[in-house]
Design a protein around this ligand. Structure first.
Ligand SMILES: Nc1nc2c(c(=O)[nH]1)N[C@H]1C(S)=C(S)[C@@H](COP(=O)(O)O)O[C@H]1N2
Ligand SMILES: [Mo]
Length: 250
């Protein structure tokens, strides 16, 4: 398996980009364990000292980044995705299932008919770049309520259309983040439909966490009581591959 840091370092060197100070520090062993304990600490602090509903900072339109880069996959390779893209997602639908009393199949029209939230937030990628963008979408909590999420459910899993090396991208959050007011399934970005590069037709925004948690190309939302049996069991693609933190607090 190729280490993502190696890939990133190689790409950064060959494109002449410098890694951020953060990334350089993160590469040393001692600093990594320091960051791990900092991560646990942040989780505890966020969960105990702040209210459960504490919001990530929001910005003004004037503060939006002129360019919001894309990262990771920018075009899922599956024939199914290609077919939906060609049809402009006209007969595409989000599947909501797992530990819910009422599984749902929601078209783009269904999603857009629900109450929407718009937020201008800062995206923070571990690779050392940030961008401020405007996101519009359906609050995940409303979708989960409509599906009648069951009491046994503890996590929400986002299954994506794209893959790396045959492993589908996926992510997951706990119910606190799932019902957080800024957690939305976004179909709009910067006053236009989410582009293919940014995760069309639907991508997660979970604003108090790092970039890799913001799953693009979300096809299916599944409520589960454990993450253990999904792929390698760590709750997300990069968590499985190279031990990125599952709770990726900013
Ligand atoms: N499905 C999927 N979601 C993904 C990724 C990906 O490769 N596939 N990359 C992640 C990473 S590391 C980042 S920083 C953001 C990038 O989002 P953007 O392309 O809209 O900037 O998406 C995240 N979500
Ligand atoms: Mo990222």
């Amino acid at each position: 398996m190729i280490s993502r840091r190696t890939l990133i370092a190689g790409a950064a060197t060959s494109s002449g980009l410098l890694l951020s100070g953060c990334e350089r520090i993160g590469n040393t062993k001692a600093a990594t364990s320091l960051l791990d304990s900092a991560n646990d600490f942040t989780y505890t602090v966020q969960r105990s000292l702040e209210s459960r509903g504490a919001l990530a900072p929001e910005f003004t339109a004037a503060q939006m980044s002129p360019n919001f880069r894309t990262n990771g996959n920018t075009m899922p390779g599956s024939p199914d995705y290609a077919r939906h893209l060609a049809a402009n997602f006209a007969d595409w639908a989000l599947r909501v299932d797992g530990l819910v009393a009422s599984p749902l199949t929601l078209s783009m029209a269904d999603l857009k008919a629900m109450p929407a939230r718009t937020q201008i937030t800062q995206h923070n990628c571990v690779e050392g770049w940030t961008a401020i963008g405007k996101w519009q979408g359906t609050p995940l909590g409303l979708i989960l309520k409509r599906a009648q999420i069951l009491p046994q459910a503890r996590f929400i899993v986002f299954h994506c259309a794209d893959d790396f090396w045959g492993h589908n991208y996926y992510e997951s959050v706990d119910l606190i983040d799932a019902f957080h007011p800024q957690t939305i399934l976004a179909w709009g970005m910067n006053d236009a439909p989410v582009t293919v590069g940014h995760g069309a037709p639907l991508r997660l925004r979970v604003e108090r966490q790092l970039g890799y948690k913001q799953a693009k190309y979300v096809m299916r939302v599944e409520a589960v009581d454990s993450l253990k049996s999904i792929q390698r069991g760590k709750g997300g693609f990069w968590e499985d591959q190279i031990d990125y933190e599952w709770y990726a607090a900013i």
